[in-house]
Design a protein around this ligand. Structure first.
Ligand code: HEC
Length: 241
């Protein structure tokens, strides 16, 4: 068995009080070898005064094949294990925050970025059919999209001001492609999950917004419904949003 070695990444004066937030982390050797973790972990530790100890396996936090997809690189998607405990949860929140993502994306080997947190590139978009059920599609749209988008008259007062209505988006020449892939178009990726298409949602994090979870069949129903919506009469070329 390999001997477990310990790397003290950062000893912060606060750690005296924050010891219960300290945690261990394990990841495949090929990931350590890139230097990514030595790039990101001290930055997290510095910010939160949490000490992370590297272990060979079974860390409190594991970066590998299971958990929430965090970044891609070296030809695969890297996941963060479900986190329990204050330190691991803080780390998950940091890694998925803008600062954490920038830190991962900013890591370079020989001047070249190696990892990207834009994991939507790893999502393969299946062909969509238009033979869904438009009646079911209407209620699904109101339920899942109506929180932000005005879907039709029935939720006209409930949409969010800056968010384009379905009628406006129906005027886009490529409305069908955009609806079929809405989950990779901003702002949706951070809160949307389509069963069997997008990587599993990171259930260990309190999402900033209530997550949107639908199946591909339900999305086809939504498409079938949107096809029946009359494009809004804007009297002028629509803005591209
Ligand atoms: C939490 C709020 C929210 C929810 C829920 C939501 N959207 Fe959106 N959506 C937005 C915002 C905000 C924009 C405008 C983004 C922009 O202008 O850059 C948008 C834009 C879009 C676009 C156009 C994207 C583009 O780049 O052309 C489509 C299509 C879309 N939404 C479809 C949907 C569908 C379908 C659902 C439900 C299954 C849904 N949205 C649920 C907030 C939301």
């Amino acid at each position: 068995m390999k001997f477990a070695y310990v790397l003290v990444l950062m000893i912060w004066p606060m750690s005296l009080f924050a010891q219960d937030r300290d945690f261990t982390l394990s990841a495949p050797q090929e990931l350590w070898d890139t230097g990514l973790l030595k790039h990101i972990l001290p930055r997290f530790s510095l910010k939160h005064g949490v000490r992370i100890t590297q272990v060979d396996q079974n860390g409190d936090v594991v970066i590998g094949d299971e958990g929430a997809p965090a970044f891609s690189g070296l030809g695969k998607l890297w996941h963060l294990s479900e986190a329990e405990g204050e330190g691991p949860v803080l780390f998950a929140q940091w890694l998925f925050s803008d600062i954490g993502k920038r830190t991962v994306n900013g890591f370079k080997l020989d001047g070249e970025p190696v990892f990207t947190t834009d994991i939507s590139v790893a999502v393969e978009i299946p062909d969509m059919a238009f033979d869904g059920d438009p009646i079911a599609g209407e209620s699904l749209s109101l339920e899942h999209c109506g929180r932000c988008h005005v879907v039709n008259e029935t939720n006209r007062m409930k949409g969010m001001g800056q968010t384009p209505s379905f009628g406006v988006m129906r005027t886009f020449e490529d409305w069908d492609a955009r609806f079929a892939t809405f989950y990779v178009l901003n702002p949706h990726p951070s809160f949307s999950q389509v069963t069997d298409i997008t990587p599993a949602f990171r259930s260990n994090l309190p999402p900033a917004i209530v997550p949107l979870e639908i199946t591909q069949d339900e999305l086809e129903d939504i498409l079938a419904y949107v096809a029946t919506i009359a494009p809004a009469d804007l009297g002028a070329p629509p803005q591209s949003q």
